[in-house]
Design a protein around this ligand. Sequence first.
Ligand code: 13P
Ligand code: SF4
Length: 335
Amino acid sequence: MSHPATISEQIQTLGYLNIPINPEIDLVVEINALKRKKNAVILAHYYQVKELQEIADYIGDSLGLSQEAAKTEAEIIVFAGVHFMGETAKIINPDKKVIVPDLKAGCSLADSCPPDKFEKFVNAHPDHMVISYINCSAEIKALSDIVCTSSNAVKIINAVPKDCKIIFAPDYNLGKYLQKETKRDMVLWNGACMVHEAFSIDKILELHKRHPEAAFIAHPESESHILDIADFIGSTTALINYVKGDTRKEFIIATEAGILHQMRIESPDKKLIAAPSVEDNSCACSECGYMKLNTLEKLYLCMVHEQPEIKVGKDLQKRALLPIQRMLDISAGNQ
Ligand code: 13P
Ligand code: SF4
């Protein structure tokens, strides 16, 4: 029986299309024309390079992007983000074509939770409900009861009966933060995001001395000693809204530096400073190498050739959809 190629099999044949592009063409004009011609929608995460954010029909955090994927009427979803995001869009829309600029745009956090090991972990805690952060593979979602994002994790956990013990995966830092916020009995998988665990507390404190009026805000994937000193903790959308709504004029921001593009657009009068990471002695930016694999050129090629395409086997799609649908329903207040 034939089976869909695994991600690594697909990457071997088609990581992205390395075809020369005519230097005369205007990529933005061509991409917009392709969008209309093919009835395609471009969804982009806030961590994408600014050219991709600017051409997207919708820019958002993981929750907003899943909600947008669930309601789109486009025939083709072009996902400028990382693999688990495109995969989630495909799980929600099994009959639509989901294409990505670069299939190699993965995620260290998703990689830190291999399905075989996670299945054993789940089986070792039989009386626990499994809540997984959306930054994981379809296989992990299929082993979960409910999916959540950083926007709705507290709401999702609070929707679970109080006497229910919880396994939270794959992000340990987010899990620890949620344990503190919800006071729930939780067992945590020990996974992490390489961008958010790289912030340097010493450098942040040093920077704050030079900007004593600045608010320090952080994404909850950051380590607990970083979150402990934060004035505000939230998802990418929540961080953007916080900067917009707060009266202070300076902000030190601990999340992937791509977010600064949208923040600058929404809060042009504020000084935004990317929090420094341990290895960073120059520009103080923390960038996700996976997110940054996507470029305008690759977006154009993927729309011309409708490749690389995200594939999810039928059985896996069905099993992974249920916990995503529960998340969408709880977020919409339907449960
Ligand atoms: P949110 O989009 O939920 O803020 O998560 C950030 C992230 O790490 C995406 O990879
Ligand atoms: Fe994954 Fe971290 Fe990159 Fe987000 S920022 S895609 S969690 S590695």
